[in-house]
Unconditional design. Structure first.
Length: 59
């Protein structure tokens, strides 16, 4: 009998952060998602919020 991987059905809890690379701000998430490089820190934070909102509605 094949054993089931216990981590297979565990949902990913998303945690997005923003960081800087030179003069650009970038949003990143622990799920592997990375937003585009932005000159505006506020836009990078908005990208992160949009990603988090989308992850709540995704199946």
């Amino acid at each position: 009998m094949h054993q089931q991987d216990p981590t297979q059905d565990v949902p990913v809890l998303h945690h997005a952060t923003t960081g800087e690379r030179g003069s650009f701000a970038i949003a990143r998430c622990n799920c592997g998602w990375t937003g585009p490089a932005r000159r505006s820190r506020e836009r990078a934070r908005t990208d992160a919020q949009v990603h988090l909102s989308a992850s709540l509605t995704a199946p």
